[in-house]
Structures are given as structure tokens and as C-alpha cells.
Design a protein around this ligand. Structure first.
Ligand code: PLP
Length: 444
């Protein structure tokens, strides 16, 4: 059975009677006219479908909680949708914690994670009752214990570890191999546990946390990850009589960005994880743990598309043809950051013969601001609207104001209705934090 992370397009994508692309029952030409471009469009049905596919895939193992990795794309409306679907939130900053709380997330179901959390952020997490804190390093053990003590609380923690598993993904998005900035090396876990048991009375260690990378297409590494964590839990049980009941496996499942990508289904990942728990809980003499799954990209990536308007173009004599759009690396840094590959359609000619190979360039002042290198499309003209697929994850969440360009708006579509979920920035927003010192003020 396939799951929607294996689709290239949102589940509601259609060609309508006018011959235009439609998502969530909304004609994309109409959305571009109504809201302007660049525009992020998120399909609510795709988000909910994938969230339910995750829950369904783990039906056979009831001791599971789903946490959405907020860093993929977080806004209050997304928190509402995933809270309704029963998800908690994996959060990595005060800003993400604030957003989750402001949108009414169940903070007990949430986890605070990150390799350099500040005292103030830890304080905020403890005050707001975030259910679990994944402690990354020795400094944080000391800081968090201090914060917990000053709040008269005992805080449930996971120890973030690097399981030493290499996966075949881009170097910058690998996190689980040994030489990583995240988490305790397995050889440092004993020292951390001894400190907790002997000195840090306000920390209650309940489990282990790992995350092995992102845009993962292999399924066996999830089997291996569970084994490494259960083996470690068994070892700590034996050595310290420490009963670790929770295993957080992180996220990382890949999505389909182009026709060449064949990510596994959510069910295949779930089967590997469950079979590894069944095998390894026995092998390492631990109880079957509560598990946490933290998908980010695979929940939100496929649901989002970006609409751009075509502007100028340039044919390099005997070279490439560049077609520029009104967005680029500031709203989608992934092509320049990771050489990420995308695919796109012309919104009012989705089935026209692709006759011309062009390179879609962004509008920002960097030669590297190329969104798609060499894509075959129908002949493009100024004013055409392009729909880029699979921009839901790590697009808006990594967006910047480079060149002082305003961040785009985002709309949520469902049942032929579209609603703004992020307003387009204005020049007033853009300059709201700027201050001119008195001595530089124009005296005139
Ligand atoms: C980034 C991250 C995730 C989500 O990764 P995806 O590839 O977006 O699923 C989950 N857990 C942790 C700890 C992360 O750092």
C-alpha cells in the first residue's frame, strides 16, 4: 500500500474544466490573482491524510506517540491541524515553543530538543509544562537541573545520543553518524547517567533520543537505529538498574521531489521499527518501550507548493536559456544549500508538450540562486504562473529577507476554500525592528 509521501503532488491535485491546475478545489491561477506571487499553497487534506497514515501504520504497536518536527514548517494554523490529529510537537527554540503554546498545542505531548538551548529557553519550556526535554550535552544537564530546581519541579528527560549509523543522504542533513554536533557519543552516556543519578536530583531520565538524518529512503537503518537504542537501554538497565521506558527515533522519512525519487511508504518504515522492537526487546532484555516518531518533511513537504510568476528571460548565445521568476533562494534556499532538485508545471498548461529545456532562476543577487537547472517545459512567457511541487518543508521555515525582499504569503486550501495562514510581509514589517540612533536622525 502506498502512502502520500510517495506522491509528487498534493492528494487533491487535479486539472479542472478550464485546463488549469487545481489543489484543494482551488484554481491556482485564481489563487495567484487573489493573493499575488510568490505564494505558498498548503493542502489541508494532504497534511491530514499523511498524519492519519502515520497513525494507521503504527496501529499494531499502540505504545507510540507522534510528534511533528516543527522546524519543517510551523505556523499557528499548522499547529491547530496537527494538534487536532493528535500529534505533539518536537520544538527546537523558544520561538517554536511560543508558537505551539499560542496555538493551543497540548504542551505535555511536546518535546524540546536542540544542541544549544539557552537558560531562558529551558526556563520557558519548564514553565509552560513541555512534557519532555531531550538533553543534548553536559552543559545542558547542569543548566536544566538548575532551572528545574528553581521551579521546584522534576523534569522528564531523554538523552540525545549519536547512534553511529551512516545513512546515504546529503552530508549536511546527516545527523546520526559519530562525528556529529548533536547529542552524546555512546561512550559518554555512562558519565551523563552517573551525573544524573548522583547530582542532578531534578532530572528524571526516561529514555533515549536519536535522529539519523533526513530525506531517508532506506528502511533497514530504522531497524538498526532501534537495535542500537534498545541495546543501550539494556546495558544501562544492567549496569545502573536504570529503567528507560521511552525511545524517540526522530524523523527523516523521505518524500518524492521528482519522478526519479522512490521513497518508501510509511508502512514499510513502521514495519521495520515494530519488528526491530519485537526482536531486540527480547534480545537485550528490556520491556517493549514507548516510542516517539518525529516526522517533519514527510508530514508537510508534499502538501505544499509554491506559485511564482515568470518575468524576464535570457538566452545565453550557444548556452542555457534562463527564465527568471519573482522568488528564489530567499523563499526556498534548498537548491542553493543542498543542490536539491524540484519539479514544476505551468499552471494553465499542465499537460502541454514540454518542448524547451530551460533553467529557472531566482530574482536574488547571487549567481547560485537557481531554482531548477535544466527542466523541460512548454514555452514560457512573461506572466505565466509556475507551480513548484513539494516545497512545504524547509522552504518558508528557512526563508529570509535577503535583498530586503518581503517574505511571501501562505494560504491553506481545502474543499474549494482558501484561507491566509501567513500574511505577506509589508515594508512596515520589514523595517519594524530597524532603529536609527538619535545622533543619526535627519535634523531637518
Ligand atoms: C529535523 C529533525 C526531525 C525531522 O526530520 P525530517 O527529516 O523533517 O522528518 C526529527 N527529529 C529531530 C531530532 C530532528 O532534528
Amino acid at each position: 500500500m502506498t502512502t502520500a509521501n510517495q506522491n509528487l503532488k498534493p492528494v487533491t491535485t487535479k486539472i479542472n474544466a478550464k485546463g488549469n491546475l487545481e489543489i484543494g478545489g482551488c484554481d491556482l491561477i485564481d489563487l495567484a490573482e487573489q493573493y499575488g506571487t510568490p505564494l505558498y499553497v498548503f493542502d489541508e487534506q494532504t497534511i491530514r491524510t499523511i498524519a492519519r497514515e502515520y497513525k494507521q501504520a503504527f496501529k499494531a504497536y499502540p505504545k507510540v506517540s507522534m510528534l511533528y518536527a516543527s522546524k519543517a514548517f510551523m505556523t499557528k494554523a499548522v499547529v491547530r491541524i496537527l494538534d487536532e490529529e493528535g500529534f505533539g510537537f518536537d520544538m527546537v527554540s523558544g520561538g517554536e515553543i511560543y508558537t505551539a503554546a499560542a496555538a493551543g498545542a497540548n504542551m505535555k505531548k511536546c518535546l524540546f530538543n536542540g544542541n544549544n538551548k539557552s537558560y531562558d529557553e529551558l526556563q520557558m519550556a519548564v514553565e509552560l509544562g513541555v512534557g519532555l526535554i531531550s538533553v543534548d550535552n553536559f552543559l545542558e544537564l547542569a543548566l536544566l537541573n538548575e532551572v528545574a530546581k528553581s521551579n521546584n519541579k522534576t523534569v522528564d528527560i531523554l538523552l540525545r545520543v549519536t547512534p553511529g549509523i551512516e545513512c546515504h543522504t546529503h552530508e549536511y542533513i546527516q545527523t546520526g553518524h559519530l562525528d556529529s554536533k548533536f547529542g552524546f557519543d555512546l561512550t559518554q552516556v555512562d558519565e551523563a547517567v552517573e551525573l544524573i543519578l548522583e547530582e542532578y536530583q531534578n532530572l528524571n531520565p526516561v529514555g533515549l533520543h536519536a535522529h539519523i538524518g533526513s530525506q531517508i529512503f532506506e528502511t533497514n537503518i530504522y531497524y538498526d537505529e532501534v537495535e542500537v537504542l534498545l541495546k543501550e537501554a539494556g546495558r544501562l538497565k544492567e549496569k545502573y538498574s536504570l529503567n528507560l521506558t521511552h525511545i524517540n527515533l526522530g524523523g527523516g522519512l523521505g518524500i518524492k521531489y521528482t519522478e526519479n525519487d522512490c521513497p518508501p511508504s510509511i508502512n514499510e518504515i513502521a514495519e521495520k521499527i515494530i519488528s526491530s522492537i519485537k526482536d531486540n526487546a527480547v534480545k537485550y532484555n528490556v520491556e517493549e518501550p514507548e516510542i516517539h516518531i518525529e516526522p517533519g518533511r514527510s508530514i508537510i513537504g508534499t502538501s505544499g507548493v509554491t506559485l511564482y510568476t515568470v518575468g524576464s528571460s535570457k538566452q545565453v548565445p550557444k548556452g542555457r536559456k534562463y527564465v527568471a521568476v519573482d522568488g528564489g533562494m530567499a523563499d526556498n534556499p534548498r537548491p542553493s544549500l543542498y543542490q536539491a532538485v524540484y519539479t514544476a508545471d505551468v499552471v494553465d498548461k499542465p499537460v502541454a508538450e514540454p518542448v524547451e529545456t530551460v533553467t529557472i532562476a531566482g530574482r536574488f543577487c547571487e549567481s547560485g540562486d537557481i531554482l531548477i537547472k535544466d527542466i523541460k517545459l512548454p514555452v514560457l512567457k512573461e506572466g505565466d504562473i509556475l507551480c513548484f511541487y513539494d516545497t512545504g518543508a524547509y522552504g518558508y521555515s528557512m526563508a529570509s529577507n535577503y535583498n530586503r525582499v518581503l517574505k511571501p504569503a501562505a494560504v491553506l486550501v481545502n474543499n474549494s476554500q482558501s484561507d491566509i495562514i501567513i500574511n505577506r510581509e509589508s515594508y512596515e514589517h520589514l523595517t519594524a525592528c530597524d532603529v536609527i540612533p538619535d545622533r543619526l536622525k535627519n535634523k531637518a
